[in-house]
Design a protein around this ligand. Structure first.
Ligand code: PXP
Length: 241
């Protein structure tokens, strides 16, 4: 059975827009779990633009199934992760100027650091996934570094789908397919995520070996529209009654 991890960073982005307490991603996580998701994903960025350390600490206590912390390999963030001990970490590249995680991690360039930190995570019973492009060499290196799982970056795939760029879409899909086969042959668990929505996920459901999808933006955007009617009605009722 495929699993869904919901990324709640986007709730925290809204909260940080007013720097207040609302909407609280911790409450969002509870609702996501009640709705049946299998894990909660959040990214503690070095610039703290959305998720705060406080969120991760409380989520570790409140998430019932699995807390998957996305993180860079910065020393401070590794220390926080080893202290909070989420069930899983997903190592991602991070650039301050980017709007969202652009591209997968260059595993080769970060190999030594990865190997060392994966050892520390394993010593603390934390499962490690690495966010990479669908590329055989990165998969091979992820295995050598000791990762338990890879998360295939579906950003390009989702973009080509949205634009209707059929040729590029098929090429990217074929890269994803080859990556899945190769990762499976190395006994790596296979996750996928970034940019997926209610349509672009469908072709990926054919791949038996994808265990987990991590999705945020499209779900939170959809929640605005499915919830807006009730939210307005509630305020109308308060004002007019
Ligand atoms: N997986 C990883 C590793 C990510 O960095 C992100 C974005 O934070 C996601 C999944 C979810 O992407 P989206 O919000 O576009 O669904």
């Amino acid at each position: 059975m495929k699993k869904l991890g919901v990324n709640i960073d986007h709730i925290a982005t809204l909260r940080q827009a007013r720097k207040g307490n609302f909407p609280d991603p911790v409450i969002a996580a509870g609702i996501c779990e009640l709705a049946g998701c299998d894990s909660i994903v959040c990214h503690l960025r070095e610039d703290r633009r959305h998720i705060q350390e406080r969120d991760v600490r409380i989520l570790k206590e409140t998430v019932r199934k699995k807390l998957n912390l996305e993180m860079s390999l910065s020393k401070d963030i590794i220390e926080i992760a080893l202290n909070i001990k989420p069930h899983q970490v997903t190592i991602v590249p991070e650039k301050r100027e980017e709007l969202t995680t652009e591209g997968g991690l260059n595993v080769e360039n970060n190999f030594k650091k990865l190997q060392q930190s994966i050892k520390s995570f394993h010593n603390n019973n934390i499962v490690v996934s690495i966010f990479i492009e669908p590329d055989i060499e990165h998969i091979e290196k992820s295995r050598q570094a000791g990762a338990d799982a890879i998360e295939i970056h579906t950003g390009k795939y989702a973009n080509y789908y949205e634009k209707g760029a059929e040729k590029e879409f098929n090429e990217e899909l074929s890269k994803i397919e080859k990556s899945i086969e190769y990762a499976k042959s190395l006994n790596l668990k296979i996750h996928c995520g970034h940019g997926l929505d209610y349509q672009s996920i469908i072709p990926l459901l054919n791949f038996q070996d994808i265990e987990e999808f991590n999705i945020g933006y499209s779900i939170i955007c959809s929640a605005i529209f499915t919830g807006l009617y009730n939210a307005v009605q509630e305020m109308v009722n308060i004002i007019k009654k």
